[in-house]
Design a protein around this ligand. Structure first.
Ligand SMILES: Cc1cc2nc3c(=O)[nH]c(=O)nc-3n(C[C@H](O)[C@H](O)[C@H](O)COP(=O)(O)OP(=O)(O)OC[C@H]3O[C@@H](n4cnc5c(N)ncnc54)[C@H](O)[C@@H]3O)c2cc1C
Length: 311
């Protein structure tokens, strides 16, 4: 079984940044990545300092090359089992191949759990968006419909009201709006339609055209704003005995400021531990986790070193 000082599970911006910090510290590092980054549906990534508007997959391809330049090994595939502990060493299994490691980084991202509205998946990442910082500028001044499906929907309407004067809130899931939310929308002069959305419609060219409401009425739209529940991809952490934390956005792996989880030797970074982290924040947390593991491994080495002879 091939042994590494660190195995990074997930090769998005968080995992690659962790791997680069470790590779540059001359650690033996393996990244195992299934290759499904969360923003793959988008053509451009924004708020990426020095790489503004870059295609998300090109960005990661550059990151992979940078990691490999420091000796990091990268293989494609999904880790299906993670076992062991810091004392015994960790075992990582991927399609029957087994590896061992002293430390683990979980950089597996999150899943956007979207409502099952026909057409939504097709528009996702293009004209159906979730984040004002990722796509807001691109939909500025457009006719924007906010799908009210959860506690974050009013917040989204508020954020996008900074970008377009034409915002309508569709109360798709009535539980999404409490009295306080209604007061916020009223204060921002955002009209509310009390109907569920039945389907999302596209014109002959394939562009978003409108939504069809439950009563058959159509409402024109150039952009939809929707935020599903966000849940960290954390089954491997759970299988080690870890527990998930929860906030209004969804469930995630709790870490300290260095990326360490409650399980010794297991670190987490990016969306797996911070549901709101954009690309730069995800990468930053990966760098911190990689640096923390390097220090952690140095500490272990010192702890095992023979005590100096007394003079
Ligand atoms: C549509 C959309 C557009 C966005 N646009 C922007 C933007 O413009 N700017 C911005 O800053 N942010 C944007 N974001 C947010 C951005 O996607 C995240 O900040 C970023 O992807 C988080 O990086 P990550 O490394 O934590 O996770 P990810 O990028 O999701 O990477 C996780 C990786 O882990 C892999 N993985 C998961 N489980 C396993 C496993 N068991 N074994 C092996 N590999 C596994 C996945 O396949 C994936 O490759 C956008 C998000 C969405 C949904």
């Amino acid at each position: 079984m091939e042994h590494y000082e660190a195995i990074v599970i997930g090769g998005g911006s968080a995992g690659l940044a962790a791997a680069i910090a470790l590779g540059r510290s001359r650690r033996t590092v393996l990244v195992i990545d299934e290759g499904k980054p969360r923003n793959a549906a988008a053509q451009h990534a924004h708020n990426i300092l020095g790489n503004e508007g870059i295609n998300p997959l090109d960005f990661l391809s550059r990151g992979r090359q940078e990691a490999m330049n420091y000796g990091v090994q990268i293989i494609e595939g999904a880790v299906d089992q993670l076992g062991g502990s810091m004392e015994t060493g960790f075992s990582v299994t991927m399609s029957g191949q087994a590896f061992s490691a002293d430390r683990i980084v979980l950089a597996t991202g999150l899943v956007d759990d979207l409502p099952p509205i026909p057409g939504l998946a097709r528009a996702w990442g293009d004209t159906a968006v979730h984040c004002a910082y990722c796509h807001g500028w691109e939909v500025r001044d457009q006719e924007i419909l906010v799908l009210g499906i959860g506690p974050m929907s009013t917040h989204q309407a508020m954020m996008f009201s900074q970008l377009s004067p034409s915002i309508t809130f569709i109360n798709h899931t009535p539980a999404a709006l409490n009295d306080e939310n209604r007061a916020t929308l009223a204060a921002l002069e955002i009209p509310v339609i009390e109907q569920a959305v039945q389907a999302i419609d596209f014109d002959a060219q394939g562009n978003l055209d409108s939504v069809t409401l439950a009563d058959g009425r159509k409402v024109n739209a150039q952009a939809l704003v929707v935020a599903g529940q966000m849940n960290a991809q954390a089954s491997l952490y759970l299988s080690l005995g870890g527990q998930l934390a929860e906030n209004p956005l969804g469930t995630f792996i709790q870490v300290n400021e260095m990326g360490a989880t409650a399980l010794p030797g297991v670190y987490a970074a990016g969306n797996a531990s911070n549901l709101g982290a954009m690309v730069m924040a995800a990468a930053a947390s990966g760098t911190v986790a990689g640096a923390a593991i390097n220090a952690d491994l140095l500490g272990s080495r010192l702890a095992k070193a023979p005590a100096p002879a007394k003079p």
